[in-house]
Ligand binder design. Structure first.
Ligand code: PLP
Length: 364
């Protein structure tokens, strides 16, 4: 166990003694160190944090000094950022914007379809827009693809041309540039290839502000292998031409590592030869392993016969990790790693009406 993980372990044991598990424990010092390194690697490249990864204001307060703004994908996230960070720049995107979302006054509005431009005109609104493009380029190795073929996200180049045509001869809806978020789960060299294609496309339109999106890969199978921010930052700096504003909007790769979901073993049993540990809580608190179909990485204190770790829900989908080589007994504290993004906030909290976890912060 590395030094940076010790504050969480210590707090986990305190919480177990106090009967306060399950819990989320965030290491703010770890988040600060990570974000500082990301910021340093990015140089002149702007970074907006994608709030949907984890909107916890305590985490966002750590990130705020390092980011150029926040990217929000709904009116709810917009209100949240305005409440907690009234001074910050905001980019608002997302398919299916309601009028109040589309007409919100934000630093940048990410346009998803030609009809959004028509609605802005019809309502007599002004806005600074980036047009979201879905380029038809092959995307190898993505865990989720938002582009590179027919998807509901953004516009193909014909849709972009239609928007640009409509925007001629008026200056209320101002074309600031191009936005793209084509895939997630990619490594730095692949992300740079995509960024190169997006930049070339933006240049063909004569715009100088380019948001190349988020989606930097993380590995749940190998929590120690991290996205190569040095290579990515240096690569983007080499791609950027003078006078261009290049921006990224990562979420998962920023906040995922700082959080752990900590719980305790309630029961251990063997069924048809296979060992199971049932822990308090489960995927209604951390839906990540169910949505991604993976084993959530966990701290293994002592090696043992492979055991499948499940939660308290009455469904086989409530599986946290399969065949983990860990020695587990009733009462043991279990720490699931990489629980700082798309974890609590994507979970179905009310299913089965179990109590909610508590939230704790160390290293702040
Ligand atoms: C979700 C999303 C992001 C962040 O993606 P990560 O995989 O968390 O980095 C960025 N931009 C847009 C448009 C998104 O939908």
């Amino acid at each position: 166990m590395t030094a940076t993980t010790l504050p969480i372990r210590a707090r986990a044991l305190e919480l177990a003694a106090a009967g306060e598990l399950p819990a989320y424990v965030y290491d703010l010092g770890d988040l600060d160190t990570h974000m500082a390194a990301v910021r340093a690697a990015l140089g002149d490249i702007q970074v907006y944090y994608a709030v949907k990864a984890n909107p916890d204001p305590t985490l966002m307060r750590v990130l705020a000094p390092y980011v150029d703004g926040f990217e929000v994908a709904s009116g709810g996230e917009l209100d949240h950022v305005r409440e907690h960070f009234p001074e910050s720049r905001i980019a608002l995107g997302g398919p299916g914007k309601t009028d109040s979302e589309l007409f919100a006054e934000v630093h940048r509005l990410h346009i998803e379809s030609p009809s959004e431009i028509r609605r802005l005109f019809a309502a007599g609104r002004s806005a600074d827009v980036l047009l979201r493009v879905n380029l038809d380029i092959p995307i190898k190795g993505a865990s989720l693809a938002m582009g590179g073929g027919a998807t509901p996200f953004g516009m193909d180049p014909e849709g972009i041309s239609e928007c640009i045509e409509m925007m001629k001869g008026q200056d209320a809806v101002r074309l600031r540039g191009i936005h793209a978020h084509l895939a997630s789960g990619l490594d730095a060299p692949t992300m740079l290839e995509l960024a190169g294609a997006i930049l070339d496309y933006a240049r063909s339109l004569g715009v100088t502000e380019i948001n190349v999106g988020g989606g930097m890969g993380v590995s749940y199978a190998d929590p120690d292998s991290r996205f190569d921010w040095q290579t990515y930052g240096a690569g983007l700096a080499a791609l950027r031409r003078p006078g261009e504003t290049v921006r990224i909007e990562p979420g998962r790769s920023i906040s995922v590592y700082c959080g752990r979901y900590v719980t305790q073993v309630i029961d251990v049993k063997r069924v048809h030869g296979e060992r199971f540990a049932v822990v308090a809580g489960g995927t209604h608190h951390i839906r990540t392993p169910a949505t991604k179909g993976h084993s959530q990485p966990m701290v293994i204190e002592e090696q043992g016969e492979p055991i499948t770790v499940v939660g308290q829900l009455c469904t086989p989908k409530d599986t946290m990790a399969r065949h983990v080589p860990a020695q587990l007994a009733t009462g043991d504290v279990v720490e699931f790693l990489m629980a700082g993004a798309y974890a609590w906030n994507i979970s179905h909290h009310d299913f089965l009406m179990h109590p909610k976890p508590s939230f704790h912060y160390v290293g702040g």
